[in-house]
Design a protein around this ligand. Structure first.
Ligand code: PMP
Length: 389
């Protein structure tokens, strides 16, 4: 059978993830130091795992409300109110989802009509472009640059806005660059969003992992922005809970209701065991989270200083757990550099172009790996670039 005619054009148009292609090469090799996978190297803190176990022990194995357990939504409202300083009503403005991944998909599907344009800064998380295509939208990438610390510059954003622009996806701190946005840029972006009546999907999954004593600021706190922002957050990164698959969106009631409609028919609800674990994370997870954050901060400083020392130029990113060094001077494409590094020194890092064309010439290295592994990876990278001449 010719299956190509059976598959939706939207889905057929979506390219495979560059990360997946690369990691298929790494699978089954135990000599490789991986700076590739974007997740914490910690297991979920024990008291959070225990809460999941207790929940199962008590026989809590049912569906929950479509929006998520009311008790969890109240805790989320408190946490978001305290951390982001934006108030949301747990009755109708908070939706518990299967990770930020689901929340992002719901937001795009709830907002877009065919042909609507979705702006996002690039290099960016691998889901934004495919998620937009699958929701029948038109992706419009706005390049960000090393010299700006990969912040989104309002003047660059302005160039991408057309009468069809409907949505801006933002992600600071950013995967894959670790970039953050300055207060000035954020204010400029907010002004453009109000002026052009854009809805912002703000993916703030790395917001706790902001370093150098700087406080994270959500665009939702800026004048005129709460009403036009869908704030996405979750437990995967800061609480080391990727496998629990739990996230949430905070947005004005009509937007939450639209997302909930899709969620109730496609997902029904997020898993109750994960919701119990998330409640424990919010109640008692702060100190473990701070310890992990402190450790990432130290690892960032180590990796940035070693990379620059060995001649691989790397800015010091303000957040997340990625560095995005510039490898252009070695005369290889990102892919060639990453492939040869893997083949000759068994270090896996993701070619920057996996995160969009503007990532070409860079490499994403996730430093959420053990210190000893990071040290060894730097020794191997030093030898690798030394041998390149
Ligand atoms: N957004 C960004 C920027 C991410 O890096 C990730 C995970 N790598 C996600 C969303 C998805 O997170 P979740 O585990 O909550 O689905």
């Amino acid at each position: 059978m010719d299956y190509s005619s059976k598959i939706s054009r939207q889905v057929a148009a979506v390219p495979r993830s560059g990360i997946r292609d690369f990691f298929e090469l790494v699978l089954g090799r135990d000599d490789v130091i991986s700076l590739g996978v974007g997740e914490p190297d910690y297991a979920t803190p024990w008291h959070i795992r225990e809460a999941a176990i207790f929940s199962l022990e008590r026989g809590h194995t049912s569906y929950t409300s479509n929006l998520g357990l009311m008790s969890l939504r109240r805790k989320i409202a408190d946490y978001v109110g305290g951390f982001f300083e934006v108030e949301y009503n747990p009755e109708n403005e908070i939706l518990v989802t299967v990770g930020v991944s689901e929340a992002l998909d719901l937001a795009l599907r709830a907002l877009l009509n065919p042909g609507d344009e979705v702006l996002y800064h690039e290099p960016c998380y691998v889901s934004y472009m495919p998620g937009t295509l699958m929701a029948h939208g038109v992706p419009v990438s706005i390049p960000t640059r090393n010299r700006d610390g990969f912040s989104l510059k309002p003047e660059e954003l302005a160039k991408g806005i057309t009468p069809k622009s409907r949505v801006l996806i933002m992600n600071f701190p950013t995967n894959p660059t670790g970039g953050v946005v300055s207060a000035e840029d954020l204010a400029g972006i907010a002004k453009l969003c109000v002026q052009h009546d854009l809805i912002v999907i703000s993916d703030e999954i790395y917001s706790e992992l902001r370093y150098d004593g700087v406080k994270h600021v959500s665009i939702a706190t800026l004048p005129g922005m709460r009403e036009r922002t869908i704030l996405l957050h979750g437990f995967s990164k800061a609480f080391a809970m990727t496998g629990f698959r739990l996230g949430y969106s905070c947005a004005p009631a009509p937007l939450t209701e639209a997302m909930m409609k899709i969620h109730q028919y496609s997902m029904l609800c997020a898993p109750i065991t994960s919701q119990a674990a998330a409640a424990e994370a919010l109640d008692n997870g702060a100190s473990a989270m701070m310890r992990m954050k402190e450790s990432y901060h130290q690892r960032r400083d180590f990796v940035v200083s070693r990379l620059n020392e060995i001649g691989i130029e790397c800015h010091s990113p303000g957040g997340a757990f990625y560095v995005f060094p510039d490898v252009r001077k070695f005369g290889l494409s990102s892919k060639e550099f990453a492939m040869r590094l893997l083949e000759t020194e068994s270090v896996a890092a993701v070619p920057g172009d996996a995160f969009g064309a503007s990532g070409e010439g860079f490499l994403r290295c996730c430093y959420a790996a053990a210190f000893d592994e990071l040290k060894e990876a730097m020794i191997r990278m030093e030898r690798f670039v030394g041998n390149l001449g």
